[in-house]
Design a protein around this ligand. Structure first.
Ligand SMILES: O=C(O)CCC(=O)C(=O)O
Ligand SMILES: [Fe+2]
Length: 367
């Protein structure tokens, strides 16, 4: 695993989701990299909201395994998965991911639609409110993307409103033990990875990271891997010494990393990129005298299940599609929405997710 130069991604201020210039900047980043940072100033989150959510995550992962077992992951993708349960890149991984995860699906009237373990059940309302803030932030991003695509600014948000129906959205706590943990004793740098290479399934993903807990890399177009600094501009990917939490700190908490998922790439015929990424132990972490666990919080935003993925009515997408036709290239996972044959029904958001998850379940059956 050779390590390359950290990637420099734009940091976008979403405090005014109706600014067309910001929409264009967002679209440009989504089409070029498939990843961008959202400035944590001007989001709906306070430092306390984010700190509190990480506190709950830590409490959950530190709880006894018997308690976590009570909410083991189900085929509906909700619940706890232990070390090595998930293998994001089955073709290349010898061992499953060196991580634990806890997935929360949609809440209904503030209530989780799944069992919660004793460490989290007293905090149901807080978890729900964090998921709601994530949803609000996604609405800002989706509004800006619609502006960039020059379509009705509510085109995406009306199709992602959990009040109108079930969605595939997931709030996920993640825990990657440090290189010195007993849980990573079998880790071999040549063959193992903390989270295998993959692209996300939904529309957009939000990723919250902590200073000093690096590991995310994104795949460059030439196939090399670029570390993503936790705080943009800090270069070394560690986020250490970035001034966070101090009066000179530029950001109240590390910017939220946003990436495009397979569904939105499909819906826009590949104009928006769903970029492959993975989580590793960076060299600095492997050599560090004080290696740290990595905790992240992810929100995978999906449309309402019944949403029909007919081509996004955007001249920008149409122009992109024309270019693709000339190349003869196919786009995205399972092609693009514009490839729909006449007389066939459009794929729904739920159908897209099932097809995408099906690829993973098929592998698990082979195990
Ligand atoms: O934890 C991270 O940094 C990335 C997680 C991720 O890519 C995922 O769960 O899809
Ligand atoms: Fe991911």
């Amino acid at each position: 695993m050779t390590e390359t130069t950290p990637i420099e991604l734009p940091v976008i201020d979403i405090s005014n989701p109706h600014d067309p210039a910001v929409g264009k900047a967002m679209l440009e980043a989504a089409a070029k990299y498939g990843f961008l940072y959202v400035n944590s100033k001007g989001t709906d989150f306070t430092v306390e909201d984010v700190d509190h959510a990480f506190g709950l995550s830590k409490k959950f992962f530190a709880s006894p395994p018997e308690e976590k077992e009570t909410c083991r992951i189900q085929p509906n993708n909700r619940g706890w998965s232990g070390m090595h349960t998930e293998t994001l890149d089955p073709e290349h991984q010898r061992t499953g991911d060196f991580k634990e995860a806890m997935n929360f699906g949609d809440f209904k009237d503030g209530k989780a639609q799944q069992p919660l373990p004793p460490s989290l059940s007293p905090h149901e309302a807080e978890i729900n409110s964090f998921a709601e803030l994530c949803n609000k932030t996604c609405n800002r991003v989706l509004t800006l993307l619609a502006l960039g695509l020059e379509i009705d600014p509510t085109f995406f948000t009306t199709r992602h409103d959990p009040k109108t129906g079930q969605t595939g959205s997931i709030l996920r706590y993640l825990y990657y033990p440090s290189i010195t943990s007993t849980a990573t004793a079998t880790y071999n740098h040549e063959t193992d990875v903390r989270a295998g290479a993959h692209s996300d399934y939904g529309s957009i993903t939000l990723l919250f990271q902590r200073p000093g807990q690096p590991g995310l890399e994104i795949k460059n177009t030439d196939g090399t891997w670029a570390p993503v600094p936790i705080v943009p501009g800090t270069g070394d990917g560690t986020g250490i010494g970035d001034g966070i939490g101090t009066s000179e700190g530029q950001y109240p908490f590390p910017p939220i990393l946003v990436n495009i998922g397979d569904l939105l790439s499909y819906w826009t015929d590949g104009l928006l990129k769903s970029t492959v990424h993975r989580v590793v132990f960076p060299a600095a972490e492997r050599q560090s005298l004080t290696p740290r666990d990595r905790y992240t919080i992810v929100y995978f935003c999906h449309p309402v299940d019944e949403t029909e993925l007919v081509p996004v009515p955007s001249a920008v997408v149409a122009a992109h599609r024309k270019g693709k036709r000339v190349d003869g290239g196919r786009v995205g996972f399972g092609g693009g929405a514009g490839d729909l044959e006449e007389g066939k029904r459009a794929l729904t958001a739920h159908g897209h997710l099932m097809a995408r998850l099906g690829a993973t379940y098929a592998f698990e059956k082979d195990e």
